[in-house]
Design a protein around this ligand. Structure first.
Ligand SMILES: Cc1ncc(COP(=O)(O)O)c(C=O)c1O
Length: 460
């Protein structure tokens, strides 16, 4: 008999860094070492992950909102076990899966103006599918997206990403892709004027770009322009959908707009099996899958696999059972009220913003001379490390996991599980207050820490 897998893990505990150094991604290991987060995690449950010494960490990163129902939710785990033991037919090529049909029906009830669903395995796959569908359905070549956008790292998605950090070194991209400033209706109108745009692709709220909210009239205006110019509006809610901003399942439902395609991923699966989805108007599907011999025209082997479908089904159960849309709104309001005073209290905090449980603290250059010296020194050495002055002590001294927005290194983004408690929110606010107070003493502990990190990063 082969060795028991859990025993294998126990026998090799602690070897992950050495193995990744040699075989997987040595730069990842190096980055974790640099920021002191090379922790030996052994378990994850609810809002917490645990290291081998039994210390727990409150996870506010949640892999950018994958773990909206918490880690390893028992209902999702039980459903997956049930599916595995039932010996159901799975990804038969010549079949229509009942499970994917039921899940489509349930998902479309949440966005009734849309009529068909395409399932993928990752967010980027959903983005790819939407771009291809938009071109296929319109016969038009161009794709308009936004500066600061993140849509994933496969070539089509990367061609729509609006930040150089991800794109550098990978040109040429898909032809016909243009990024315009977010919230700039006139810039969108200009691109659409020729009538050659297949779709406008945007995150309803930009996540990795630094938690950037749309102006109230922005999406309705863009939708209107798209309608007039024969382009589709694709809203990417892979990060900010699934109740993240509270009240509704979908973020667009806050903004008086109806996308032609809606992209879901991350939290949809509950974090235990990969799944993403493109919800689209019937018309788009009909134009692309236009004949019987085109029934496979866009597809992938594992797209409707049972585990992914069941994980999404069970995740939706959890949203309903635990009233997560209401909780996300209520706890989000409470969290924001706790964070807002930090802006008045600390000059390094330039902004605090949030909606539901999507929250951000934006750092910026201080006014006072001594702090300015510290800020400028780090900014010159390695701008990317500035926010680590807050993030690393929060992790090390308070057991709280947060990270920067993605490619916006000045924004600390917080996306806890949607059932985070008020006590946990109080603890985070108090811990942030202590850490920020330390950051306002120069020269002091946190500045020394980040200076040391910047020096080590330079040595490489
Ligand atoms: C808005 C958005 N779109 C697309 C993606 C890509 O998803 P995936 O990493 O699952 O490919 C992400 C991932 O962070 C995202 O935040």
């Amino acid at each position: 008999m082969p060795q028991d897998l859990l025993q294998l893990l126990r026998d090799n505990q602690g070897r992950q860094f050495e193995l990744h150094d040699r075989y997987v991604n040595p730069q990842m290991r190096e980055m974790l070492r640099l920021v002191g987060m090379d922790t030996d995690y052994v378990r994850a449950s609810g809002s917490y992950v645990y290291d081998s010494k039994g210390r727990r960490y409150l996870d506010l990163i949640t892999h950018s909102a994958v773990f909206s129902i918490g880690h390893n939710h028992p209902h999702v785990a039980a459903t997956l076990k049930e599916v595995l033991s039932a010996e159901l037919p799975n990804i038969l090529l010549m079949d229509c899966s009942l499970l994917s049909g039921l899940l489509s029906e349930r998902l479309l009830k949440t966005a009734p103006h849309l009529g068909k669903v395409y399932f993928g395995n990752s967010g980027a796959e959903a983005v790819e599918a939407s771009l291809k569908m938009a071109r296929g359905a319109t016969g038009k070549p161009r794709i308009v997206s936004f500066v600061g956008a993140y849509h994933g790292l496969t070539y089509g998605a990367l061609s729509a990403v609006g930040h150089e950090m991800w794109r550098e070194g990978f040109a040429p991209f898909l032809p016909g892709c243009t990024q315009v400033p977010f919230n700039d209706v006139a810039a969108v109108a200009k691109e659409l004027a020729e009538g050659d745009v297949a779709c406008v692709l945007g995150e309803t709220i930009q996540g990795d770009g630094g938690v950037n909210f749309p102006d109230p009239g922005f999406w309705p205006a863009v939708a209107d322009l798209c309608r007039k110019r024969g382009a589709y509006l694709v809203l990417d809610e892979i990060q900010v959908g699934m109740g993240r901003v509270g009240g509704f399942l979908h973020a667009y439902q806050h903004y008086d707009v109806e996308p032609d395609m809606l992209l879901l991923g991350k939290a949809l699966s509950g974090g235990q099996a990969p799944v993403s989805a493109v919800l689209m108007r019937d018309e788009i599907f009909g134009r692309v899958f236009s004949r019987v011999d085109r029934c496979f025209i866009h597809s992938g082997t594992y797209c409707e696999n049972n585990l992914s479908m069941a994980a999404a089904w069970a995740t939706l159960d959890v949203y309903e059972e635990e009233d997560l849309l209401r909780k996300s709104a209520a706890q989000g309001d409470y969290f924001l009220q706790k964070l807002l005073p930090l802006k008045a209290r600390y000059e390094l905090v330039h902004d605090v913003r949030g909606k539901g449980l999507l929250l951000a603290i934006e750092l910026g250059p201080p006014q006072s001379l001594s702090l300015k010296l510290g800020w400028n020194t780090i900014a010159t050495m390695n701008e990317g490390l500035l926010a680590q002055m807050v993030i690393v002590p929060l992790f090390r001294d308070h057991g709280i996991l947060v990270q920067v927005g993605g490619h916006n290194f000045r924004v600390i983004k917080m996306m806890p599980a949607l059932n985070i408690s008020r006590e946990e929110i109080d603890y985070v606010a108090l811990s942030l207050d202590k850490v920020l107070a330390d950051c306002h003493r120069f020269p002091g502990g946190n500045w020394g820490l980040v200076m040391e990190m910047a020096k080590r990063a330079m040595v490489g």
